[in-house]
Ligand binder design. Sequence first.
Ligand code: FAD
Ligand code: NA7
Length: 486
Amino acid sequence: KSNKPEYDLVVIGGGSGGLSAAKEAANLGAKVAVLDYVTPSPRGSRWGLGGTCVNVGCIPKKLMHQAALLGEAVNDSRSYGWQLPSSENISHSWEALKDAVQGHVKSVNWVTRVDLRDKKVEYINGLGVFKDANTVHTTTKQGEKLLTAKYFLIAVGGRPRYPNIPGALEYGISSDDIFSLPHAPGKTLVVGAGYIGLECAGFLNGLGYDATVMIRSIVLRGFDQQMANIVKAEMQDKGVKFLMQCVPTAIEKLADGKLKASWQNAQNETFSDTFDTVLFAVGRRALTAELQLDKAGVKVAGDGEKIDAVNEQSNVPHIYAVGDVLYKKPELTPVAIVAGRLLARRLFGNSTLTMDYQNVATTVFSPLEYGCVGLSEEAAIAKYGEDNIEVYHGYYKPTEFFIPQKNVSNCYQKVVALREGAQKVLGMHFIGPYAGEVIQGFAAAIKLDLTIEALMNTVGIHPTIAEEFTRISITKRSGVDPTPAS
Ligand code: FAD
Ligand code: NA7
């Protein structure tokens, strides 16, 4: 028997990053296997091939956000002349939405499987565990299997955390469960104010459910805090409730099946209320403990969990990592996809191109979306000093908001730039409809060293909301009121 490894590349985790690397490697002629296994959530939710984004992340989230936006559009449309039945006669079916979303997810699972087959990537539905630095062990329906490879790629992503309080695991749900919840969620408590918590509370409120967000400290840690608080203000205007500086202490099930949530505030005062659903969005845990990394000699970062890789390479030279499992890298699908693809090209395609993790654009799909790229105002000040930063900002009024008299008080944009010379743009922030679509193109401009001068010399597309960025003129330093006159 030869000592040559069976595969060129074994990928552990068939999500955004793992699949991208596997397919690119196979395209370049490598012999590749992908292991993907989903451990059911504490509530028993399970799903197919494709990872978090497709099954319990970006995709079902965006669809439910869209469902909520359509509810708003139904109301707006009356003022545009649509003759609709009275509001009491318009209702929304959670079951119909859930079925449509799950139908789409299943079709993506299927297409993903076919794609792997076409590209000659072997898919193994089993949990991968390192046996040693050159061997991964797995158990499938067909039995036990040992896989040897020249290179390994850890792309296991993460799963929601639960707070360590009585009843959390038994009665709470997470983003792993909400998109396939068989019954309407009803009155919901969302614990956590990261983007996942806000997005879930936003679409639940938009679909007509009573939604409360419990916040331990601040909203959207890591994001520009002025923008984060405008996102919160708009959610409040739309009816979402916020419990500030509170942490949950227990979840109990009452005789009528409802959930009693207890919590305390910063003064240690205790409160409780009943809910139909309690959704935890308190962060995610990287799935490295299950891998037995010590057997392969792979070290984890200071957080005891993630992998601190350099150009996706771990401390063991032939073992790599991409995606959410990476330490201090943006946890976003396109980041995992691009890093995986570039890595495969370096391993099998003579490429030297490495992943640029800077200036990655992202969007919070809150009811009024928040898109951003680059530095927040506070990060720019911390890096360059207040005297060296110019912040341009302004409120704006989307044309389509006038007729239905929608709330424009939270439509706001901000450009953070260096103060000197042509004023290099460091960050762009936009709250409004289609914020992701607005920001994407500007992200390319920032990669090409966009300046305020170039932005001001760009001719807008009228009437759009994206053109607002070409009309910036008011600096925060000037103290001029950034509210438009009409
Ligand atoms: P994953 O996609 O999580 O894939 C890892 C796979 O590996 C999973 O299938 C897992 O079951 C499997 N696995 C784990 N351990 C093993 C093992 N030992 N053996 C075999 N298989 C294993 N990103 C965006 O860009 N835009 C968004 O709008 C967005 N919205 C989101 C909304 C929600 C609710 C969530 C939870 C996430 C969202 N994300 C979004 C983040 C995005 O989903 C992740 O960044 C992305 O999926 C990470 O890809 P990955 O390849 O690292 O891991
Ligand atoms: P985030 O962005 O890590 O946010 C988690 C939120 O939950 C945040 O508001 C936390 O407050 C809060 N939190 C964390 N632990 C607790 C406990 N025990 N009790 C109450 N509140 C808590 O996670 P998401 O789930 O939104 O997103 C997952 C990942 O995707 C995230 O890491 C991003 O990088 C991408 P805090 O601000 O810490 O006080």
